[in-house]
Design a protein around this ligand. Structure first.
Ligand code: ATP
Length: 213
C-alpha cells in the first residue's frame, strides 16, 4: 500500500496553531504522505463563517506556505452550497485511487457524527482518526456512535496503511488549547492573539479588519 493521505476539514475561521500542531503531529505519527486542508463553504451544523471563502483560503495559504506536506484542497469552496464531507471524500477518493485516506477530526466532531449526511458511508471512502481537544467534554453520549466506534476501532496504526479505508483510530496525543472562536473573540475585544496563530495570518486579519464587528 502507498502512504496514506490525511484530510482535515474545517471552517478555518481563522486557521490557527492548534490546526497546524494537529496536522504536523499526525503527519509524523501516521507517516502520512501529506495532509489536505479542506475549507468548508457552508458547514451544515454550525453558523456560517464570518470571513469570506476567499479570506479563509488566503489565511490557509499563508499558514501552510512553509510546510511542504500540508496542502489545501478548495473543492468544497469550488462546489459551493452546503459542504458535505461524504461528497468531498468521494471526489478525493477518485483522484487518489487506491491510497489510504485518513479523515482527521477532533472528538467534538466525531461524537455528533451521526448527524452528518450519509455518515455511515464515510468509512467506505476513508479511515477516521480522532483526537481529544483539551478542556472539552469528550464523552460520547450517543449509543449509535459508541456502537459505530466499537465496531470499527483499531489500535494498530499499520491498519491505516494496509487498508484504503474502514478503520477508526483514536490517537492520545496532547493538543493545544486553541480555537478559532477564542481568536475571533480576542480580536473583537482587542486582546492579544499572537501566540495562537501565525504572524502572517494575524497581519492579514488586521489588514482585512476581520472579526472586529
Ligand atoms: P471554532 O472555534 O470556530 O469552532 P475550531 O477552532 O474548532 O473553530 P475548525 O476549523 O472548526 O476550528 O476545526 C477544524 C478541525 O480541526 C476540527 O476537526 C477540529 O476538531 C480540529 N481542531 C480545531 N482546533 C483544534 C485543536 N486546538 N486541537 C486539535 N484539533 C483541533
Amino acid at each position: 500500500m502507498t502512504q496514506p493521505v490525511g484530510i482535515l476539514g474545517g471552517t478555518f475561521d481563522p486557521v490557527h496553531n492548534g490546526h497546524l500542531h494537529l496536522a504536523t503531529t499526525f503527519l509524523e505519527q501516521l507517516k502520512l504522505a501529506e495532509i489536505l486542508f479542506v475549507p468548508s463553504n457552508n458547514p451544515p451544523h454550525r453558523p456560517a463563517p464570518l470571513a469570506s471563502p476567499e479570506q479563509r483560503l488566503e489565511m490557509l495559504k499563508l499558514a501552510v506556505e512553509n510546510h511542504p506536506h500540508l496542502k489545501i484542497d478548495d473543492c468544497e469552496l469550488e462546489r459551493g452550497g452546503i459542504s458535505y464531507t461524504i461528497d468531498t471524500l468521494k471526489l478525493i477518493r477518485n483522484k487518489i485511487d487506491e491510497a489510504p485516506l485518513c479523515l482527521i477530526m477532533g472528538m467534538e466532531n466525531f461524537k455528533t457524527l451521526n448527524h452528518w449526511h450519509q455518515w455511515q458511508s464515510l468509512l467506505d471512502y476513508a479511515h477516521i482518526v480522532i483526537v481529544n481537544r483539551p478542556e472539552r467534554d469528550e464523552n460520547i453520549n450517543s449509543e449509535e456512535i459508541k456502537n459505530f466506534m466499537s465496531t470499527f476501532i483499531t489500535t494498530a496504526i499499520e491498519d491505516l496503511r494496509d487498508q484504503a479505508a474502514g478503520c477508526i483510530l483514536k490517537l492520545d496525543i496532547p493538543m493545544l488549547d486553541i480555537s478559532s472562536t477564542q481568536i475571533r473573540n480576542n480580536i473583537h475585544s482587542n486582546l492579544d492573539s499572537e501566540s495562537l496563530l501565525s504572524d502572517k495570518v494575524l497581519d492579514f486579519i488586521h489588514t482585512q479588519h476581520l472579526y472586529k464587528q
